[in-house]
Design a protein around this ligand. Structure first.
Ligand code: NAD
Ligand code: GLY
Length: 366
């Protein structure tokens, strides 16, 4: 039965919006009634469409003259310009206008692509995020980063473009495979070391229940993560400073994803191993004690995630990581800048000596 757990407000002046954290939104919720127009386009994929797209279509048909559904191929490998072309084709072939609303129904891959298409079609049309993975509910659907991958680098083509509403239906996580729950938990864990040391305590108490998909625990985790992300994005929407801390573990993680080939390691898995590397780098720089690194590793393991990175080049593994990390968006003039932990709950962004980074990669890959 429908229930609303909580609402988180993202305060961005004219671009402000609500994140609704709820249950069974496709049954009788009224969230969609404020939306109307000639066209709505639901962007989804072949895995999610049979589960949820008819239910969403029926819900919004009451408010739109025409609802079109585009079903993309599944997976990180399809997060590219070809998929974006397909969305543009459908929009243009159907005469969709500037008031067309795009509904992104799916995980981070669908959300990032639908958001990018919405930000560029006719220079920008409204879009609503309906995230159906834990990762998308706690991170990617919020804050307005949209992107596609380039063969040379992860998320290299994109825009900042805020949705007008985010609807996190906790019930949709029931159909999510265990590996994807774990991947989402990587982004959940991320918020503790960078911003909220008390959340680390809560996660340690709640990890078993989260893994078992307890809805109340999941709803609280989604709420707390969205609150933190809303606070950070409210201060620094376009990542000129503070927002970069949300990339804790991502510098190493993106190198893993690109180095292994998109889709081999899940994004959350790369972030998990990357957080261990970044924490270990922080320890070797004298910013973090060994006990906290061990706590973080234990939590990551309990979430079913890897604490070691893969070897992506047997000839010069650390060299390949460094080469890939130089393409990172935080790099400045080829100098890699890492998100490091300066004591529990506090993150800083700064460079580190290549030799030390090599030592960390050697110690943290298997
Ligand atoms: P995903 O979108 O690939 O979804 C994971 C898998 O679960 C897919 O196979 C998907 O089809 C399936 N799925 C989705 N919902 C389901 C459901 N309810 N039941 C059953 N199966 C379901 O992966 P993801 O982890 O959601 O997102 C990862 C992407 O998000 C990466 O591309 C990453 O770069 C991006 N990301 C973006 C941001 C941002 O701020 N924009 C932040 C973090 C990650
Ligand atoms: N996922 C990182 C960010 O939104 O900034």
């Amino acid at each position: 039965m429908f229930c609303n757990y909580s609402t988180v407000h993202v305060d961005l002046g004219a671009r402000s919006y609500q994140i609704e954290i709820c249950e069974d939104v496709f049954s009788d919720a009224a969230y969609f009634s404020s939306w109307s127009g000639s066209f709505a386009l639901i962007v989804t994929n072949e895995v999610i469409a049979p589960l949820y797209s008819d239910r969403l279509r029926k819900k919004i048909e009451n408010y739109f003259g025409r609802v079109i559904v585009i079903i993309l191929n599944d997976g990180e490998l399809c997060k590219n310009s070809k998929s974006i072309e397909k969305i543009y084709d459908v929009l243009l072939e159907n005469g969709c206008d500037r008031k067309t609303v795009i509904f992104a129904l799916g995980g981070g891959v669908v959300g990032d692509m639908a958001g990018f298409a919405a930000s560029t079609y006719m220079r920008g049309i409204p879009f609503v995020q309906v995230p159906t993975t834990l990762l998308a509910q706690v991170d990617s659907s919020v804050g307005g980063k949209t992107a596609i991958n380039h063969p040379l680098g992860k998320n290299m083509i994109g825009s900042f473009y805020q949705p007008q509403l985010v609807i996190c239906d906790i019930g949709t996580l029931d159909t999510l495979p265990a590996r994807e729950i774990s991947a989402g938990l990587a982004e959940v864990i991320k918020y503790a070391p960078i911003y909220d040391a008390a959340f680390m305590d809560w996660l340690e108490l709640s990890m078993d229940g989260l893994m078992a998909k307890d809805h109340l625990l999941l709803a609280y985790a989604v709420k707390r993560c969205c609150e933190i992300k809303a606070e950070i994005v409210g201060v620094d929407e376009r990542e000129s400073g503070l927002r970069a801390i949300l990339n804790f573990g991502h510098t190493f993680g993106h190198a893993i994803e690109t180095g292994m080939g998109y889709g081999v390691w899940l994004h959350g898995e790369g972030v998990a191993a990357g957080m261990v590397m970044a924490a270990e780098l922080s320890r070797r720089l004298g910013m973090l004690d060994a006990a906290f690194v061990e706590r973080l590793k234990a939590l990551i393991q309990r979430a079913g995630l890897p604490i070691k990175g893969p070897v992506i080049d047997p000839k010069d593994n650390a060299g390949r990581y460094l080469e890939l990390m130089r393409i990172d968006k935080k790099s400045e003039a080829g100098e890699i800048r890492f998100v490091l932990i300066d004591g529990p709950g506090k993150a800083v962004v700064r460079p580190a000596p290549d030799a030390l980074v090599r030592e960390v990669i050697d110690a943290c890959c298997a």
